[in-house]
Design a protein around this ligand. Structure first.
Ligand code: NAP
Length: 283
């Protein structure tokens, strides 16, 4: 029997991960003798051991999720420029005994912004909620697309400050606002784009919203990176206020599709991924 090519995801915990079902559905559809498995790792040492093993095995690629997206950097042989700048890796390609780290979250955010917002970011103001791993990927994209002004809103000031230090040379103006600031409402009112890169509103806490949606309105683009639920309360309320909105499912599909392409060299059937996610979220 021909040996299967293995791919998978490293993180902890992984019981919630949708990545195995969407990748395996695409391998099946394309009749590839590939398989995607969750590798739960309880420590950095386990991650490092897995990567050492992967270099000399039939593992061709790995996704990386919480809590290892940042710590894995020092264990990888080569990084793409965006993974290096963002300081986080969510995809590793393994070939010829070498590991290369990518950040397909950034590639996915770029695609979704271009497709769904569709306008230039020059002279636009973006409010970015959150300063964690995915917020850094979003900040990278916003800067790359030529935006002039970002407000970063975060609960912990030090983390927002770290993000600012990484990107301040890439953008004319980057300001920090505390999430409890009374000025936040005016800043959000003046924004062209608002991106939620926090888990506020994610299943099971679906009644929560990251900011007061009263300050949103027509002419604004609201992007929530949460994909479970597909439409958060934040997205629903922003839509009601007249904003153009998008949830996190398209980003999730695009980041997975980019990983799939990096490993197999083939563009996956995105319709299969969409159907699997729809089934899961509506079940
Ligand atoms: P992370 O690195 O842990 O960062 C989380 C950020 O949210 C931090 O800035 C944190 O603030 C803030 N935060 C968390 N809980 C909060 C709370 N209760 N109140 C206020 N702020 C809070 O996580 P991440 O990897 O960036 O992921 C963030 C979210 O993005 C995930 O939960 C997920 O829903 C979404 N995501 C979506 C995709 C996709 O493909 N669509 C991919 C990755 C992530 P502090 O600095 O104060 O801790």
């Amino acid at each position: 029997m021909e040996t299967k090519v293995l791919t998978g995801i490293i993180g902890y915990p992984l019981s919630h991960s949708l990545s195995p079902i969407i990748h395996n559905a695409c391998y099946d559809r394309l009749s590839l003798n590939w398989c995607y498995v969750p590798f739960e790792a309880k420590s950095d040492i386990s991650v490092d051991s897995l990567l050492k093993y992967a270099r000399e095995s039939n593992i061709a690629g790995l996704n990386v999720t919480m809590p290892y997206k940042e710590t894995v950097l020092s264990m990888i042989d080569e990084l793409t420029p965006e993974a290096q700048k963002i300081g986080a890796v969510n995809t590793i390609k393994i070939s010829n005994n070498k590991t290369v780290g990518y950040n397909t979250d950034a590639i996915a955010i770029m695609k979704v912004l271009k497709e769904e917002y569709g306008k230039s970011l020059k002279n636009k103001t973006v409010v970015l909620l959150g300063a964690g791993g995915v917020a850094k990927a979003a900040a990278y994209v916003i800067c790359s697309l030529g935006c002039n002004k970002i407000f970063v809103v975060n609960r912990t000031e030090e983390k927002a400050d770290k993000l600012k230090k990484i990107f301040k040379s890439e953008i004319a103006d980057i300001d920090l606002i505390a999430s409890n600031s009374t000025n936040l409402i005016h800043v959000v009112q003046g924004a062209d784009i608002v991106i939620n890169a926090t888990p506020i509103g994610m299943f099971p806490n679906v009644e929560n919203v990251p900011i007061n949606t009263e300050c949103l309105g027509t002419g604004q683009f609201v992007m929530d990176l949460i994909y479970h639920p597909a439409k958060t309360r934040f997205v629903k309320e922003a839509t009601r206020k007249g904003s153009k909105t998008i949830g996190g499912v398209p980003m999730f599909i695009n980041q997975a599709a980019e990983s799939f392409k990096i490993w197999t060299g083939i563009s996956p059937p995105k319709g299969v991924m969409e159907a699997v996610i729809k089934d899961f979220l509506e079940a």
